[in-house]
Design a binder for this molecule. Structure first.
Ligand SMILES: NC(=O)c1ccc[n+]([C@@H]2O[C@H](COP(=O)([O-])OP(=O)(O)OC[C@H]3O[C@@H](n4cnc5c(N)ncnc54)[C@H](OP(=O)(O)O)[C@@H]3O)[C@@H](O)[C@H]2O)c1
Length: 507
């Protein structure tokens, strides 16, 4: 099903695999994710000629839209793109269909089989189907069951299910959900999505590490003194308070996105480039990762919540004043923590992880700080030479930087740090694809490399269980530290690093 060709329409460096004829069925087709991410990503694939001509998109939700109404809504979602390329839209729109389906009604899902057969006849999609559950997590288990009961997951080569985040609410619920979905299909049919893994720069970490001989020998505790992983947002909770109040930053960002980045940075080299070999290595990292202080977790974790901020001209309200948020909410909008990975490569190297809303800058990055030189021969502009840092920028301005000391111009022998930069945009002349473009293509290709396997999800939840239990049983142990909007978070997070003589990077 997977072949490799070079797409002549794109820059010569782009290597593409061919997606087999198929129908993509999106449950939740009237929802926000479909509108903002999934259909734009599909249109991008279509414009790049990466979708087969025998392709159909069948949107499903409860509301009784017709094909025409669905097409009109998707045209609204793509309005600006259609202005740029009306001809592409004219060709794409004929591939869109809609079927009213309530996932809680088995008879609706059974009726869906009939519609899919019809689409197979019209569009030559050959009974090959990718089902995308872009619905509330409470429907993930029942949705998989209904698909399985209707016989739609019977052929593992021709049917796949993509499941959105969050996958579970804690270790037990993730385990229970895995048990259900694994009775409905084989593990290689289940695609648990983490859109961070779709980002070009996250995948580039593997290439950087394993395709260059200079990095691997120093990628360990002998040369690296600490690792920082940051995902900061400038926006607040926006319209998502209903969801966020029951989630918070730990569940929404750390358990999935930040932990996946940690796994890729820390994993061993897989024996071959193959989905299971890669996922085995990531799972091993998560099985050996632990909170820096498991007995007293409050010593290694800080929770915060944004308060008001901004300027007089542009005031920003605090989290507790946001619509839909409890006036005395203790949901964290910021988390910082310290972890260790107990294996030969990483023993006693601290991994500091932080994420937050309404912070000073929007960015996701991984910073590896190398050990200082043992003897300082030269004066340094900053007092002492800065330790070398490798900075992997996930977003925005995707790329990487390497910070090292050079001689300052002049007659003295004084050193100062400079940055050597690589930017995806500048080097390849095109911005990298949105994560959903890559992940939708991979799911339709049946390639699970960038999707999270059952054991990885469970290991990630298990890692944070001591914190989740503490927040539930003894919340005063992990108090909420308020921080001003558009700053770098609470002072307590700075103190967490200061105890180790370190500072958070503030780019
Ligand atoms: N939005 C994002 O940026 C984002 C980001 C990451 C992950 N996610 C995840 O993606 C999923 C969808 O999010 P969303 O923001 O798109 O949610 P949403 O805007 O609330 O949309 C939910 C969709 O589910 C449909 N639906 C509800 N009950 C249904 C049922 N019984 N059977 C079939 N369809 C049903 C709704 O349409 P009807 O009312 O017509 O049935 C609607 O199309 C969630 O799990 C969310 O956690 C979303």
């Amino acid at each position: 099903m997977v072949a490799t060709v070079t797409n002549p329409l794109r820059v010569g460096l782009r290597q593409e695999r061919v997606i087999a004829p198929q129908c993509l069925v999106i449950f939740g087709a009237s929802g926000d994710l479909t509108h903002r991410k999934l259909v734009p990503a599909l249109f991008e694939l279509f414009e790049q000629r990466r979708l087969p001509s025998e392709f159909a998109l069948l949107g499903c939700a409860r509301r009784p839209w017709s094909d025409e109404e669905f097409r009109k809504k998707m045209a609204d979602a793509l309005a600006i793109r259609i202005q740029d390329d009306p001809e592409a839209w004219k060709r794409f729109v004929n591939k869109l269909f809609y079927e009213p389906v309530d996932l809680q009604k088995p008879e609706d899902v059974a009726r869906l089989s009939g519609r899919l057969k019809e689409i197979d006849r019209w569009c030559a999609t050959r009974s090959n189907r990718t089902f995308y559950l872009s619905v509330s997590p409470k429907f993930y288990a029942s949705g998989c069951r209904s698909l399985s009961d209707a016989g739609l997951l019977r052929d593992p080569k021709r049917s796949r299910v993509v499941i959105e985040k969050p996958f579970g609410h804690d270790y037990r619920s993730a385990q229970a959900l895995n048990q259900v979905v694994q009775t409905c299909g084989q593990e290689n049919q289940i695609f648990r999505i983490d859109h961070y893994l779709g980002k070009e720069t996250v995948q580039n970490i593997m290439v950087l590490r394993f395709a260059n001989s200079i990095f691997e020998p120093i990628w360990n505790r002998n040369y690296i003194s600490s690792v920082q992983i940051t995902a900061s947002e400038t926006v607040g909770v926006e319209e998502r308070a209903g969801y966020y109040e029951s989630s918070g930053a730990l569940r929404d960002m750390v358990q999935n996105h930040l932990t996946q980045m940690l796994a890729i940075v820390a994993m061993e080299m897989p024996g071959r480039f193959d989905p299971e070999a890669i996922r085995n290595e990531k799972a091993k990292v998560l099985q050996t990762a632990r909170l820096a202080d498991e007995v007293e977790p409050w010593n290694c974790c800080v929770r915060g919540q944004y308060g008001p901020g901004g300027s007089r001209a542009n005031p920003l309200m605090g989290y507790r004043q946001e619509p839909g948020v409890e006036a005395n909410s203790t949901t964290e909008t910021y988390v910082a923590m310290k972890l260790f990975i107990d294996n030969w490569r990483w023993q006693s190297v601290p991994f500091y992880v932080r994420t937050g809303k309404r912070l000073a800058k929007r960015l996701s990055e991984i910073v590896l700080t190398f050990r200082e030189v043992p003897v300082h021969l030269f004066d340094a502009a900053t007092g002492r030479p800065t330790a070398n840092q490798l900075i992997l920028r996930i977003q925005p301005d995707e790329g990487a930087g390497f910070r090292f000391e050079v001689k300052s111009p002049g007659s003295g022998m004084c050193s100062r740090p400079i940055d050597m930069e690589f930017s995806y945009d500048q080097s390849f002349g095109e911005p990298s694809d949105e994560g959903y473009v890559r992940l939708l293509a991979d799911a339709m290709l049946g390639d699970p490399t960038l999707f999270t396997r059952a054991d990885e999800v469970e290991a990630a939840w298990r890692l944070y269980t001591p914190l989740l239990e503490l927040i539930e049983d003894s919340p005063w142990r992990l108090p909420i530290h308020p921080y001003e909007s558009r700053t770098w978070g609470p002072a307590a997070a700075d103190a967490l690093l200061a105890r180790d003589g370190l500072l958070w990077r503030r780019p």
